[in-house]
Design a protein around this ligand. Structure first.
Ligand SMILES: *[C@@H]1O[C@H](CO)[C@@H](O)[C@H](O)[C@H]1NC(C)=O
Length: 341
């Protein structure tokens, strides 16, 4: 009898020991069941605005070293509250992810925590899912192969602070209306832009909820278009925010912006970064793949426009740059002027 009790006790002990151990080793967190439920949407007044949360997309295992160095740099920044790595590659093994989660924890020692989340699906919409762990009013959405120097990042965050309802980005594109074909297209203009890319974009945390959970049936259909096209989630976010604020995004110039993009990530036709808003046009000698890409992005714009029944994208002019005096300067035409002029 005594022996039976003892062995039962041992059995339970081992069961709980292994259960909890595997539980804690598995520090990869899954998203809550309902990303649009009441717990996922926090009152913005309870969120802090002196710091920002980084939501970085991870996909390629070969780029893990780069991902680690980028996340470590963000986590060391005093304006960063937390770094969330959103792993979107469903074929990565659980073991690799556990290892990565462990490595990331080590590299965030002493600064903002870095945590890893496996995305619930491979849908591109998932990068905008609201996350209850976000404690800041702003998030930076970025790719795992884009590096922005820390001064320019801090400057962009200050620009957001002065314009909290706008989208702030480092890479810009345009929509336009092709008069001969009578249709909306995706393009680059030398002097204006209406879309900032998710390569690196700062936005209000509330917009994640608006994108993922708001907008009723029309928004649902537009998210389906993103899934069908496997592209254009960034364009749709620009539609959502443009519709909300009736203003275009704000392009910030980075001192150093490096885009390591590989073929999978080559979502866009031109690599801009530190080159001027104007300087990039020369590169638009389109290869057929890039032309194809641009066509698909144009198709997205036309589909979103059709579903929404209007064109909410708005043009912005000039690029905000961090001048010596730390005052925002805007490039207008060929001149630099103070942005509030
Ligand atoms: C984790 O770090 C170890 C030691 O630096 C390294 O050998 C391993 O490849 C890393 N694994 C992942 C998935 O990052």
């Amino acid at each position: 009898m005594n022996l039976l009790l003892t062995s039962l006790f041992l059995l339970f002990f081992f069961f709980f020991f292994f259960f909890f151990q595997s539980y804690s080793v598995l520090s990869l967190r899954m998203l809550e069941a309902d990303p649009c439920g009441p717990t996922s949407h926090r009152d913005p007044r309870t969120l802090r605005s002196d710091q920002i949360t980084i939501l970085i997309n991870g996909f390629s295992e070969s780029r893990i070293p780069l991902l680690q160095s980028i996340t470590a740099a963000y986590s060391a920044s005093p304006i960063v509250s937390a770094v969330l790595v959103l792993w979107g590659n469903p074929s990565t093994s659980a073991q690799t992810l556990e290892e990565l989660a462990h490595n990331l924890t080590l590299s965030s020692f002493g600064s903002a925590a870095i945590s890893l989340f496996r995305q619930p699906s491979s849908s591109l919409n998932a990068r905008f899912l609201p996350r209850p762990t976000v404690e800041t009013r702003a998030v930076l959405i970025c790719d795992d192969d884009v590096e922005i120097d820390s001064k320019s990042f801090a400057f962009a965050f200050r620009i957001w602070g002065a314009n909290p309802d706008r989208l702030i980005g480092f890479f810009a594109r345009s929509h336009d209306f092709d008069l001969s074909r009578k249709e909306w297209i995706y393009t680059v203009h030398p002097d204006r832009y209406s879309i900032v890319l998710t390569k690196s974009m700062i936005l209000k945390t509330e917009y994640l909820f608006q994108y993922s959970c708001g907008g009723g049936a029309a928004m649902h259909r537009m998210r389906e278009i993103v899934d069908r096209m496997r592209n254009c989630e960034d364009i749709l976010m620009n539609f959502v925010v443009g519709d909300e604020v009736n203003a275009g995004p704000i392009l910030v110039g980075a001192e150093r912006a490096r885009d390591w993009g590989d073929a999978r990530n080559d979502k866009d036709d031109i690599d801009d970064g530190r080159r001027g808003l104007m300087g990039e046009v020369a590169q638009v000698g389109l290869s057929s793949r890039r032309g194809e890409h641009r066509k698909r992005r144009g198709e997205c714009i036309r589909e979103f426009h059709r579903v929404m029944g209007k064109m909410p994208l708005r043009y912005s002019y000039g690029k905000v740059v961090n001048s010596v005096g730390e005052q925002g300067l805007c490039q207008k035409g060929r001149k630099l002027v103070f942005c509030d002029q």
